[in-house]
Design a protein around this ligand. Sequence first.
Ligand SMILES: NC(=O)c1ccc[n+]([C@@H]2O[C@H](COP(=O)([O-])OP(=O)(O)OC[C@H]3O[C@@H](n4cnc5c(N)ncnc54)[C@H](O)[C@@H]3O)[C@@H](O)[C@H]2O)c1
Length: 429
Amino acid sequence: MSTPMPHALPSYLDPANLGPWGIYLEQVDRVAPYLGRLGKWVETLKRPKRAMIVDVPVELDDGTVAHFEGYRVQHNISRGPGKGGVRFHQDVTLSEVMALAAWMSVKNAAVNLPFGGAKGGIRIDPRKFSTAELEKITRRYTSEIGIIIGPNKDIPAPDVNTNAQTMAWMMDTYSMNEGATATGVVTGKPVSLGGSLGRVEATGRGVFVVGCEAARERGVTLQGARVIVQGFGNVGGTAARLFYQLGAHVIAVQDHTGCVHNAKGLNVLALLDHVEKNGGVAGAPDSESLTAEEFWGLETEILIPAALEGQITRHNADLIRAAIVVEGANGPTTPEADDILASKGTIIVPDVVANAGGVTVSYFEWVQDFSSFFWTETEINHRLEAMMRAAYTSISAVAREHGVSMRTAAYIVACSRILEAREVRGLYP
Ligand SMILES: NC(=O)c1ccc[n+]([C@@H]2O[C@H](COP(=O)([O-])OP(=O)(O)OC[C@H]3O[C@@H](n4cnc5c(N)ncnc54)[C@H](O)[C@@H]3O)[C@@H](O)[C@H]2O)c1
């Protein structure tokens, strides 16, 4: 008899090379002891409900025909339709899309959005194709996955290398096939096509809101508090500006061009302007440059990783002297670094909560599309702040109740909500 595997793996995955799906399975195992009677349903979380692989044939500009691999995975739809982005990247794999879909289930449930988790991708390097070719690839992919997406089934959104234009093409293709305009089939659309105000800033604003909640809980006064930010794009730039406008001192920023520092606080508005003109923070006026090591070692009240995954590792976690880490990026902290920071008493507001502002405003976009009634930016920001604050408060309470990290607490809350829905719906047939 062969040795039983720790997980009943689907046959289409290689047990020796599980990729991101393996990381996700470990996370589920960690939370399983806290699920109580709902543990009966935990296997539900360990496999996607539906995974679709499609061939995307397209005639290229030079007249040749190329075939691309496309995916759409719906990890769980017990709490509502699937929701999650579409990524164009040459390294996209089924394992990756499965894990990203599962993390969307967790994120949507952690913030209590009425969505399940889904994700899609096409295995291409979009820089190698013309706009006309990308449009054809997007349209054919949308048509192929058209039988499983829809405003009530699964709602894609932008992710790595896709944007509002990609969503406009997806919406148009789906609508053409249906014979009726269906704005609610995707979110992250241009505002002229039923997109939502406030979407661009939503993730950074959510990071700011939960950062303020964590500071309040920790007794940190934000006026004059020191904040450092890695990544000064959509998420990091917005969060830095909001902390700056509240009176915090953003003393250092790192991006792909280097690190800039001013112990008295950088002028974030001037820095945004500098990045707009020069493509990065390097050489910003009224700042000195720092090495990456010096950046991580700065004593601060708040550290916001908002660039890439895997940035806080066992190699730099020891250096970190931040009271609170707010994860703007997806997966910026490795599990080893998590343990090191926890042993120092650092509070980590995990990505599944901290950067959920984007999908929250996507939810608002979907609701507005259904009612064909659009809200003001002030209303949107107000509702976003209320939902982010409520998510933080409920997860922080669970962390205190079980004596666990905010990350584990977020998984307990999210997985319990998903499995509760699973249980009350009952097993069909
Ligand atoms: N934009 C959203 O709505 C959203 C939602 C959820 C999660 N996220 C996550 O937030 C992160 C940032 O997304 P974004 O939309 O702000 O991207 P972006 O492209 O606007 O900005 C990325 C920033 O990271 C910096 N960067 C890149 N490589 C770096 C490196 N090696 N070292 C230091 N800095 C580096 C870039 O210079 C840039 O300032 C990603 O992990 C993304 O998945 C974004």
